[in-house]
Design a protein around this ligand. Structure first.
Ligand code: ACO
Length: 430
């Protein structure tokens, strides 16, 4: 079997043989297909990158038809059961599970970078009390770039490592401070005796007690949720991270861009929308009417559907189990019954079956977050914290990939041909 594709250009009758490598042809090879010597050459047109690989990657594998997700080859189910978020972050970044000494060193370095400069509090203080937490997070992450001038040395491995510690260490602190600002509560400083998620809960919920003790079940549940959200190959925000990072900007600015992409309701903002949707539906008996409206084109069933998964999102399965553990501590969130009914009806309905629409990671995560005491508009922030390790891993892979250059897609121009400028007095009303 020959690993190539032969195409015939019917405009010229010429045939071309294009190499196939790893199940792909190189779009650049199409450029040799021309009708004349001065022709630009053939391009591929692929809005929204539906069938275009923009990179090679060794980080995350997804088989959307089979519902498989693996980080560096390890199934997500095993990591969710046996690993911790920081260990998984190490795996994503460095390609292998750490030894005991490597893990200790990694956890130590992330932990000592949890403190933020006091001035950052002034930025947060400057936001209106009802500013969206994600808007504040995006802005303050971008502001971090002004504190770490060494971050511009993106081809210095030591500098990249330092910025990685800082970003992974500081994201929970920024997120917690942003949350407390919306509540009018004094900021609670990091407690480096606690685990990554234990400390996050401390910075969020500490009141007047001298030492905050996180509930171990909630601490572990949040850690599992963080593992599930750590990376997801070339999704919208990761593509933003790579694309913005390809201009060789510092990683804080690139993470701000990625977080901005995550903010959108079709991406990380979906968990927030799911909660609003469930609250609006209100009771189980109103589910059939809501499904009817979705099928009639009146909005989407938020938390359903995925560009890659055409099967049950494996993360949603794990989250359903985590929900049971969390509800044992917090009490059952009544919205769960509406969600279960939505899932039951949707999975039996031809509209959803035909389009292969299944619950995605956001369908159940919001219900857990709400039960844990998080306000709805903090949900996307809870997504951005763990995804930072994935963004950083993908960013570094992009920087070290000799095939990558500044990301700059082509376009198919359909606008006006050349025309001459018309003076304002001569222009006709449209
Ligand atoms: N509810 C109802 N119908 C849907 C939904 C949904 N949630 N998702 C897709 N469809 C329909 C579309 O209307 C379309 O129907 P048509 O063929 O009759 O036009 C068909 O299913 C295919 O959908 P596309 O929009 O083409 O699929 P795409 O891959 O572009 O979109 C996306 C994927 C954005 C996730 C989409 O399913 C969606 O908007 N879902 C709701 C938002 C959501 O939950 N986002 C979170 C995704 S997970 C994450 O980012 C972490």
């Amino acid at each position: 079997m020959k690993n190539s594709l032969t195409v015939t250009d019917n405009r010229t009758g010429k045939s071309y043989e294009l190499a196939i490598q790893n199940g792909a042809i190189r779009a650049g090879d199409l450029r040799q297909i021309k009708v004349a010597e001065d022709d630009f050459g053939l391009m591929s047109y692929d809005p929204a990158f539906m069938n275009t690989a923009s990179c090679t990657s060794r980080i995350t594998f997804i088989d959307g038809d089979k519902g498989i997700l693996r980080y560096r080859g390890y199934p997500i189910e095993e990591l969710a059961e046996k690993s911790t978020y920081l260990e998984t972050a190490y795996l994503l970044l460095y390609g292998e599970l750490p030894t005991k000494a490597e893990l200790e060193d990694w956890v130590y370095n992330v932990t000592i970078h949890t403190i933020i400069h006091e001035n950052i509090k002034k930025f947060i203080d400057g936001f209106h009390y009802d500013a969206h937490p994600m808007g504040m997070l995006v802005s303050t992450v971008a502001a971090l770039s002004t504190y770490y001038r060494d971050a511009k040395s993106i081809f210095d491995g030591e500098s990249r490592r330092r910025q990685t510690y800082r970003l992974i260490g500081k994201m929970p602190t920024l997120a917690a401070f942003v949350y407390r600002h919306t509540r009018g509560m004094p900021y609670a400083y990091p407690d480096n005796d606690l685990s990554y998620t234990g400390n996050f809960l401390n910075m969020l919920f500490k009141m007047t007690e001298v030492k905050y003790q996180p509930d171990p079940i909630l601490e572990r549940a949040l850690d599992v949720l963080f593992i599930l959200h750590a990376d997801h190959e070339q999704n919208c925000s990761t593509n933003a991270m790579r694309s913005v990072g390809s201009s060789h900007v510092d990683p804080y600015s690139a993470v701000a861009a990625a977080a901005a992409a995550l903010y959108g309701p079709l991406h990380g903002g979906a968990n927030e929308e799911v909660l609003r949707m469930l609250t609006e539906i209100g009771t189980k008996d109103r589910v059939p009417e809501f499904i009817k409206r979705v099928k009639g084109g009146e909005g989407l069933l938020m938390g359903f559907g995925h560009r890659v998964y055409k099967n049950y999102d494996p993360r949603a399965k794990i989250i359903k189990r985590v929900a049971d553990q969390v509800f044992e501590v917090t009490g059952r969130n009544p919205l769960l019954d509406i969600a279960l009914e939505l899932e039951r009806i949707a999975l039996e309905d031809d509209y959803f079956i035909k389009r292969k629409l299944y619950p995605n990671v956001d369908f159940y995560s919001g219900i857990i977050y709400q039960a844990m005491g998080f306000p709805v508009d903090v949900f996307p922030v809870l997504f951005a914290i763990p995804r930072t390790s994935g963004w950083m891993a993908q960013w570094e892979e992009m920087l070290l990939d000799s095939e990558q250059k500044i990301a700059r897609p082509r376009q198919v121009y359909l606008g006006s041909p050349q025309r001459s400028y018309v003076g304002i007095d001569q222009r006709k009303a449209r």
